[in-house]
Structures are given as C-alpha cells and as structure tokens.
Design a protein around this ligand. Structure first.
Ligand code: FAD
Length: 546
C-alpha cells in the first residue's frame, strides 16, 4: 500500500538526478513511468494538475479492440489493441471488465449485414478473442428481444461482440501507484514551466512550480519525455522544437442519465443521422452516452459540454431509442475531453488516425502524443525502448526489455478469477449489511479492487445515520491517505467518478465533505472557503449546457 508521499518526494528532489523525467500524468505518462521504473530507471513524473486530469478522465472508458480501425483497414492496429486489451484485463481484472456490445444493423446504416458479420469475424481473429466470447450475429427478431428499446424501423439484425469497459482515471491512478511501488517519484500539481539546457543545447532538466504553494524548483534528468497529451505542442514550443507534424485537438463530449431513463440491457454502438456512431453504455446506477468529435481551438484547460453537444447526443439517442424521449432535464452530468490527434491535411477530425507518434527534438526532448487509452502499455514500451537504446549508446547501461505485461496493477498477488469472485461476494455481503444500494458492489469492486476492505474498514468510525454518507467519508479518507488527493476535484471527479455518475451524492453531502477534507488536508479557513466555491463551480461546469 502506497501512502501519500508528496511532500517527501518534493523535499528530496534538489539532491537527486533522475534517469528519466516524464512530463504529464495522464495514462501515457503514468504508463511510461511504470515501464521505466520496472526496467530499473530512476524516474520522476511531474503532472501540472492532478493525475488523469487531462484527456485520461474524459474518454468513453472502453478498452476496445478498435472496430473503427477495421473500417479504416488498419489491421495491424486492430491486432495490437485487441491483444493489449486482453493483457490489461489480466493485469487489472477488477478494473478492466468484459462488456458485450450490441451493434444494431439498419437498412442504409454504416454497417451492412454481411460486412458486419465478416468484419466482426475478422475483428475477433485479429484481436485474439476467446472462442466462447466471439461475435454472434442476430436476426431482426433476436436483436429486438436483446434490446427492446431499439427503433424497429429498418432494423435488419445485429452483431453482438466482446469489448472491455474500464475507468480511465482509476486505471491511470493504479499505474501511478504501481510506478511508485517500484520506486518512481510522482508529483501531481507540479507544472513544468521551462526546460534547462547544457552548453551544447541538449536538454538537461526542467524548472517547475509546485501549484500547492507556488514554490519554484529545478530538477535534472538524463532523459526527458513529454507525454503532455493536448499540451504536447506547447511544450515543444517552449523547447523551440515545434516542427514537422502538429497536434490537432478534437473535442469529445459524453452525457450521463439515470439508468431508469435509458434502461438498455447492454452497451450499444449505434448510427446517428450524420453517419457517425455513438456508444450508450450502462454503468452502475446510470447510462452514459458519447461521443462528439469536433475541432477545438479554445483553451485546453477549459473544456466543457455546451448546449449543442448535448442536443446532438440526445437527438441521436432519441432517434435510436424513440420511446425514451430524453430531454436536457434528464442529463445528470457531462464531461468533455480533447483528443490529441496527429494533424492530417484534408481530413476531418473523425477521419484522422488515432495512431500515436513519437517526436524526437534536436534538443533530445522526446514527445509522444496521439494513441488510445487501450494502447498505453505499448506506447510506453516504445518510448522506454527508445530511452534504453539511447542509454546503451551513451554507455549508461545495458538495454533492459519491457516487463509490464507481467506486472499486475494491484499490490500483492495477482487477482485470479477465483479471488475476484470471492472479493465480489464479500463486498456484496458488506453492501447488503450496510443497507447500501446494490450498485455499490460493482462501484466498490471496480474502483478499489482488493483495497475495498481497507476502504470499508473505516466506515464504522464515521458518525452519520446514512450509510452512503459513511461510505463517502471512508472513501475520502482512503483517497487522501493513499491516492494523492489535494483538491476536491481529485476525489469527486477522478478517484470516485461521483461527479459524473452520482452527482447527487456530492450535493447531498457537501458540508460533511468539506469538513472532512479540511480536517484530512489541514486546510485553513480561507482554503476551505475556496474549496467550497471550487466544488460549486465543478457542479456548474458539468451542467453548463442548461
Ligand atoms: P492526457 O490524459 O491529456 O495527459 C496529459 C497530461 O499532461 C495532462 O494531465 C496535463 O495536465 C499534463 N501536462 C500538460 N502540460 C504539462 C506541464 N507543463 N507540466 C506538467 N504536466 C503537464 N481511448 C480508448 O482507448 N478508449 C476509449 O474509449 C477512448 N475514448 C475517448 C473518448 C474521447 C472523447 C476522447 C477525447 C478520447 C478517447 N480516447 C479513448 C483516447 C484516450 O482518452 C487518450 O488517447 C488518452 O487519454 C490520452 O492520454 P495522455 O496521457 O496522452 O493525455
């Protein structure tokens, strides 16, 4: 179990020189830090906001085999991401869960009946799907029985195939924890301001600001990787090396409704009128819908879902599931993120490749952008391979191969399927005995996995008549102690997902949350007041569209 070591990490910095400095604590940077630490490198990761605060908490939360790549004939990519999702599922089975997806086929739809049957067949083979999980093709009647809410007009059948669902921010935090267990230093709220250079112009370190107290620091490293996602070009600009290919930002929005307002029986991947496709995915007490794909040239730190985004998603959903008649009043919450795509002239946002790309600047700065959540491990392996080759060429040590495919993302023993079933049964018993709503079993298992008993062990110490309040307080205590919570959003948005999937639990418990945060984080009265307005701003931001 890792404990909050933020102050200790920062205190020791001036005396240290790192083998590798990683800028950006999204899934890409966290994956690189873990891979490098596992190969024996001395690693420091600096994140300007919170871990996963960028795109890595704003995705569709699928670890997917890339069906859309098949349409673009990117077979190698389909094979790679398909194999990757099986590996990541194995490393964190509580967090990366198999999820069946229904793809309804319509006359004049994106996918025809025969092409879907063949495409999904090929997809299963390329992605190495186990025989029992391979796609099934349904006729019209079975498709409607499988999903009675579907629009029947023009429906010709459906494909039923295997995907995986996760929580992007939780996956990122588990990578950070695993990196720290292997000795990496990881600091959130540490913004890289500028690079430092040797006399020959090679980058040798960075200056950064600790956002928590405004202090400035310098740190040296032999190699520096920028995994700054949508901000990658800003850092290349600071380095004077923003040349060649550029990042193109595309905004993607999701919205959340109560499960009973869109009670689909499984995840559905469906056509919308403009030829794009949306996902509707059940999750605990909600169903979420996404996503849009529109060019974005605003401030990457201020992205939110506007009325047009919400109207587009609702129109597409109401067209596919006409009986539900969703309105903006049904939308409990939203999130909006930016895809850092590699710009391709003449292509729309939706047509641009989701492939990752490594840029090597003349100063020695390595930058990586593009890609997918799903491919994080491979992306990390490619970057750290490059660093290892450089180290070898510079006489700094032998090349160590990647070993993250064998590193479980849980502390202690890997979670076997038997251990996972036992853990789930134990959590369910506890959820029942505490009179918590049923969905908390999956919520707790997916968020905290084998740490759930530790989270729950503190529940009885909190004095509240409501079990949900006691649970919330126990989660907060755990997250502050073990998961680097500094600001309210770290806990409400990224450690628990409550801002998106259970916003009412925040509104109902605001005073107690603030009191506990103040106590656990030793806040002054001034900081407590600022935190309260931050939470209110957060609650407004996810409903700006109204
Ligand atoms: P980020 O998560 O943005 O991380 C970059 C980090 O760098 C940020 O946290 C930022 O604060 C930090 N940073 C920036 N500048 C500095 C600085 N100066 N100092 C310190 N830190 C800095 N992929 C999938 O596999 N499955 C999906 O279902 C899926 N759905 C998606 C849906 C949408 C709408 C979007 C937008 C993307 C989706 N993706 C999906 C893609 C996936 O989310 C991204 O590829 C991935 O999250 C990018 O991670 P990253 O670490 O590269 O970037």
């Amino acid at each position: 179990m890792v404990t909050t070591h933020r102050n200790a990490t920062r205190r020791d910095l001036p005396a240290e020189r790192f083998d590798l400095l990683v800028i950006g604590g999204g899934i890409t940077g966290a994956g690189i830090a873990l891979d490098a630490a596992a190969r024996g490198l001395k690693v420091l990761l600096l994140e300007k906001t919170d871990f996963a605060a960028g795109t890595s908490s704003k995705s569709t939360k699928l670890i997917h085999g890339g069906l859309r790549y098949l349409k673009q004939l990117e077979f190698k990519l389909v094979r790679e991401v398909g194999q990757e999702r099986a590996i990541v599922h194995h490393l964190a089975p509580h967090l990366v869960k198999a999820e069946k997806m229904l793809l309804p086929i319509f006359r004049d739809g994106t996918f025809g009946k025969h092409s879907t049957a063949f495409g999904l067949w090929l997809y299963d083979r390329l992605a190495g799907v186990r025989p029992e999980d391979r796609r099934r093709m349904f006729d019209r009647r079975t498709t409607l029985a499988q999903e009675p809410l579907l629009h029947p007009d023009g429906l010709r059948g459906g494909g039923f195939y295997a995907e995986y669902r996760t929580d992007d921010a939780r996956l990122t935090i588990e990578l950070v924890k695993a990196a720290v267990r292997l000795g990496a230093g990881c600091l959130n709220y540490a913004e890289v301001l500028s690079f430092r250079y040797q006399s020959d112009g090679t980058v040798q370190g960075v200056d950064f600001r600790d956002i928590t107290d405004g202090s400035l620091h310098a740190v040296d490293a032999t190699h520096i990787v920028s995994a700054a996602g949508p901000w990658v070009d800003r850092l290349r600009e600071k380095d004077g090396s923003r040349e060649g290919k550029q990042i193109f930002l595309s905004k993607g929005v999701h919205l959340v409704v109560a499960r009973e307002r869109l009670p689909i029986k499984q995840a559905v991947y469906f056509d919308v009128a403009d030829g794009r496709m949306l996902f509707a995915i059940p999750r605990h007490r909600t169903t979420y819908i996404g996503t849009t794909d529109t060019p974005y040239d605003g401030d990457p730190d201020q992205v939110f879902a506007d009325a047009d985004d919400v109207a587009y998603l609702l129109a597409g959903t109401n067209r596919m599931f006409p009986s539900v008649r969703l309105t903006p009043a049904d939308v409990e919450s939203t999130w909006a993120g930016l895809r850092p795509l590699i710009y391709e002239a003449g292509k729309s946002a939706g047509e641009m490749s989701r492939k990752d790309e490594i840029f090597q600047s003349p100063t020695g700065l390595i930058s990586i952008a593009g890609g997918k959540l799903t491919g994080y491990r491979k992306m990390a392996a490619r970057v750290v391979d490059l660093v290892m080759q450089k180290r070898k060429a510079e006489g700094l040590g032998a090349f160590q191969p990647c070993r993250t495919h064998r590193l479980p993302l849980v502390a202690g023993d890997p979670l076997t399927s038997t251990a996972l079933s036992r853990l789930r049964a134990d959590i369910r018993t506890r959820v029942e005995s505490e009179n918590l709503p049923d969905f908390y079993t999956d919520y707790l298992l997916e968020n905290y996995g084998p740490d759930t008993p530790l989270v729950l062990s503190d529940m009885p110490t909190f004095d509240s008549p409501h079990p949900e309040t006691r649970l919330l307080r126990a989660e907060l205590q755990f997250s502050v102690r073990h998961e680097w919570v500094v600001e309210p959003a770290d806990f409400l948005e990224r450690r628990t997902g409550r801002l998106y999937f259970h916003i009412r639990s925040i509104e109902d418990n605001l005073p107690v949350l603030l009191a506990d945060m103040g106590r656990l984080l030793s806040w002054s009265a001034e900081k407590s007041a600022a935190a309260e307005s931050d939470i209110r701003a957060l609650l407004r931001k996810v409903r700006v569209f109204r």
